[in-house]
Design a protein around this ligand. Structure first.
Ligand SMILES: [Zn+2]
Length: 354
C-alpha cells in the first residue's frame, strides 16, 4: 500500500471568481508547481489521483435540492454574485461538484486500502458554506458532505473534523451544531478581528451535539509555538475521549505569516509539525485514516510549498521547506494559555476534566 494519496486536477482552475480575487485559479497552479519541484508527484510513497465529480444526491446529503439548483441555474446563465465576496462564473457549478467529489475520492482511496491517508487539493473551498448559503468564497461545504457520506453511506459513527483555516468554519459549525456523530474542532483568528466574526469558546454545540463544537479563537500575532501548543492541549485529551474512527481536516494555509487576508504568524515548518500531530491522533484512534481537504491560503507564491510540507509529512518523507523562526509578540503565549484553560472550563460539563 502506498502511504499517501493526492487528489488534484487542472479542472479545479475552471472556477474563476474574477480578476484580482484572492481565491484565484493560480492557487492550484502553485500547488502543482511546488509538488513537482519537490519531486512529490513521482515519489514511491505517493499516488496521484484525478477526482471523480460528485453526484447531486451526494451533495444533497447536506444541501437542499433547491439550493443546488439555484447554483446550477446561476452558472448556466453566465454566473454572478452570491454575496459580497462570493462570485460564480459559468464553470463554478461543475467545479464545485468536482471539489465535493475530490473529498469523496480522497476518502474512498483510504477506505479501499489503496493509501493510508490522503489530501485533496480542491477549490472552490467549502467551510463557510451553510445548508443553503454560499458565502466567503464557498458554494458547497466539501467537508460537511464528506462527513455525512462517511456517516450515512460508510457507517462511521464518530467523525472528527479539525479546521486549521485562519477563518472560523461557520458553515461547518452551523451544519453540525447539534450532531452527535461529529466532533468539530476549529483553530482560527478571533472573530472579533476577522471574517466571519464567529467561533467563540462559548459555542459548544447543542442538544445531542453538546460539547461537539470546540472553538479556539486565537489573537492576531499568534505564532508557531502558541498555535501548536493550543492544538496539542485540546486535540490529545479530546480525541482520547471521543475516539474518532476517522479524522478529517479542513486545512487552510492562510495562517501563514505572509498571507494577505489575516494576521496569524505561522512559518512553513509549523505545517510539518501540525501534520505530525494529526498523524499521531489518526494512528492512535482512527486506524491511520486521515483525510485532508484544502480550504484557504492566499499567498500564491508560497501556497504550494506550505501544502507540500503537509504532503511530505503524511508520506513520511523528510522534505521540509523552512524559514527563519519568528518570535511571538509579548503576551501572546500567556493569553493563549488562559484561553485554553477557559475553553476547558466551558467543556467540563460535557467532557469532564480535559
Ligand atoms: Zn480562510
Amino acid at each position: 500500500m502506498d502511504k499517501t494519496g493526492i487528489i488534484i486536477s487542472h479542472n479545479y482552475m475552471n472556477h474563476n471568481p474574477g480578476l484580482g480575487h484572492p481565491e484565484s485559479p493560480d492557487r492550484i497552479k502553485s500547488i502543482y508547481e511546488a509538488l513537482q519541484k519537490r519531486s512529490l508527484l513521482n515519489n514511491s510513497n505517493i499516488k496521484v489521483y484525478e477526482p471523480l465529480i460528485a453526484l447531486t444526491p451526494e451533495v444533497n446529503l447536506v444541501h437542499p435540492e433547491d439550493y443546488i439548483n439555484k447554483i446550477k441555474v446561476l452558472c448556466d446563465s453566465g454566473g454572478g454574485p452570491l454575496d459580497l465576496d462570493t462570485f460564480a462564473s459559468p464553470d463554478t457549478y461543475k467545479t464545485a461538484l468536482l471539489a465535493v467529489g475530490g473529498g469523496l475520492t480522497a476518502a474512498n482511496k483510504v477506505l479501499e486500502g489503496e493509501v493510508e491517508n490522503s489530501l485533496a487539493f480542491i477549490r472552490p473551498p467549502g467551510h463557510h458554506a451553510g445548508f443553503s448559503k454560499a458565502r466567503g468564497f464557498c458554494f458547497f461545504n466539501n467537508i460537511a458532505v464528506l462527513a455525512e457520506y462517511l456517516n450515512k453511506i460508510k457507517k462511521f459513527n464518530r467523525i472528527m473534523i479539525v479546521d486549521l483555516d485562519v477563518h472560523h468554519g461557520n458553515g461547518t459549525q452551523e451544519i453540525f451544531y447539534s450532531t452527535p456523530y461529529i466532533l468539530y474542532l476549529s483553530l482560527h483568528q478571533d472573530g472579533r478581528t476577522l471574517y466571519p466574526g464567529t467561533g467563540f469558546i462559548s459555542d459548544i454545540g447543542s442538544g445531542e451535539g453538546e460539547g461537539h463544537i470546540v472553538n479556539i479563537p486565537l489573537p492576531p500575532g499568534t505564532g508557531d509555538k502558541s498555535y501548536i501548543n493550543a492544538l496539542k492541549e485540546v486535540i490529545y485529551p479530546l480525541s482520547d475521549l471521543f475516539k474518532p474512527e476517522v479524522l478529517l481536516v479542513s486545512w487552510g494555509f492562510d495562517t501563514y505569516h505572509r498571507d494577505g487576508l489575516a494576521n496569524l504568524q505561522l512559518t512553513p515548518q509549523a505545517y510539518t509539525e501540525l501534520a505530525n500531530i494529526l498523524l499521531k491522533v489518526a494512528s492512535k484512534h482512527s486506524g491511520n485514516r486521515l483525510i485532508i481537504l484544502l480550504e484557504g491560503g492566499y499567498n500564491i507564491s508560497m501556497l504550494g510549498n506550505l501544502a507540500s510540507n503537509v504532503v511530505a509529512a503524511l508520506a513520511g518523507l523528510n522534505n521540509v521547506y523552512r524559514e527563519t523562526e519568528l518570535v511571538e509578540e509579548a503576551g501572546i503565549e500567556r493569553y493563549v494559555k488562559k484561553l485554553i484553560q477557559d475553553l476547558k472550563i466551558e467543556l467540563r460539563k460535557v467532557w469532564g476534566q480535559l
